[in-house]
Design a protein around this ligand. Structure first.
Ligand code: DAH
Length: 353
């Protein structure tokens, strides 16, 4: 084969090899094999000395042209392979952003906890601070220091869960234990007055327990919020203004309140507070049993006898107290007909709030 023909063939084969290279590494092998220092085309150029002088120009031109053409083809193929590799990598790493995310089911606050916080925030906003009591309480705080006489019916076994020792001591079971599950948060008043000096503006939310069978309007365990104010010249007018403000914050500005005389051992005078029925606007309906009013809490002026237990001088200070059941307020606010629904944990019910 003539030298020219062999150059032509080499060029053709190399072009084919370049086109066939499927990676830049393979392409580089082709380049080294043909155009490298020891490459076949390079060898031809080196061997020019042996070519007859009259053929040198022709051969030299052919070799140079072949090299230029191959170099251009190598560069073009390299670009193609690199961009193909890039495309492939992008595709492999691509995120399918249309894929729906994984839902992590989040818990939410129970209606009662949320309403408790809402009520606490109303009073925090007018300067009250929160004190925490304990669910296990002494008779002294739950009853005695709140001016419950020894024979008060609320001390009887029908109302109170007493904590007995492991032997189930009969005397304790019969109500002679001093240790009990508190039946009301009112004991927090006594603790607060023992621990703080007036002026006192406190709120105490917590769980209370009573030996009641659950029915639409009773629960053996529920949540109360106690309030206590002790300061100079506190009047019943302050109590009325405070609780009217509270009711409007929780139930809405259009709601009215009324105070009915009542009896509690630790307040004198005492009252129960009603809020106007939100369903009939006070006209009277089934929800308010035709009265137009819904009872929401108990309250009164701190009885001087209670001040006596905590050594606060009733000549210098006066105060008011109030207590409310959060479950009851929830039922009235959200038209829930049965207190037990708040304790059952049925998600179909709870999800509505
Ligand atoms: N502790 C009372 C109850 O459980 C509610 C109550 C009434 C609390 C009057 C008070 C109050 O602080 O002044 O029925």
């Amino acid at each position: 084969m003539s030298l020219l023909a062999s150059i032509e063939q080499q060029e053709k084969e190399t072009h084919a090899a370049i086109d066939a290279a499927s990676s830049t590494a393979e392409l580089d092998e082709v380049r080294v094999r043909v155009l490298g220092k020891k490459g076949s085309l390079t060898a031809l150029l080196r061997g020019m000395a042996e070519v007859a002088p009259e053929e040198r120009v022709t051969i030299g031109t052919a070799v140079n042209a072949a090299r230029d053409s191959l170099e251009a083809a190598l560069a073009a193929r390299k670009t193609t392979l690199e961009s193909a590799a890039l495309t492939q990598r992008i595709e492999a790493e691509a995120l399918d952003i249309s894929l729906p995310g994984r839902a992590h089911p989040l818990g939410t606050q129970h209606l009662i906890n949320r309403l408790t916080e809402e009520i606490v925030e109303v009073f925090r906003g007018i300067g009250y601070s929160v004190v925490e009591g304990t669910e296990v309480e002494l008779d002294y705080y739950n009853f005695t220091a709140l001016n419950y006489t020894d024979d008060h019916p609320a001390r009887g076994m029908q109302d109170t869960f007493y904590v007995v020792d492991r032997s189930g001591d009969v005397a304790a079971v019969q109500g002679e234990s001093d240790v009990m599950l508190r039946t009301q948060t009112s004991g927090a008043q006594v603790h607060a007055m023992e621990e703080q000096k007036p002026p006192i503006y406190v709120l105490s939310p917590g769980r209370v327990f009573r030996r009641d069978v659950a029915d639409p309007s009773h629960l053996p365990q529920f949540t109360q919020i106690e309030g206590l104010v002790v300061d100079k010249s506190i009047t019943f007018g302050d109590l009325k203004g405070t609780l009217d403000f509270f009711c409007k914050q929780i139930f809405g500005p259009e709601r009215k309140t009324r105070f009915r005389p009542h009896y509690f051992p630790f307040t004198e005078p005492s009252a129960e507070v009603d809020v106007s029925c939100g369903i009939c606007n006070g006209e009277g309906c089934r929800f308010c049993k035709g009265t137009g009013w819904l009872e929401i809490l108990g309250c009164g002026m701190v009885d001087p006898n209670v001040f006596g237990f905590v050594n606060i001088d009733p000549e210098e200070y006066s105060g008011f107290a109030f207590g409310m059941g959060v479950e009851r307020i929830a039922c009235l606010k959200y038209n829930v007909p049965d207190l037990r629904m708040l304790l059952e944990g049925d998600m179909r019910f709870l999800r509505q709030f």
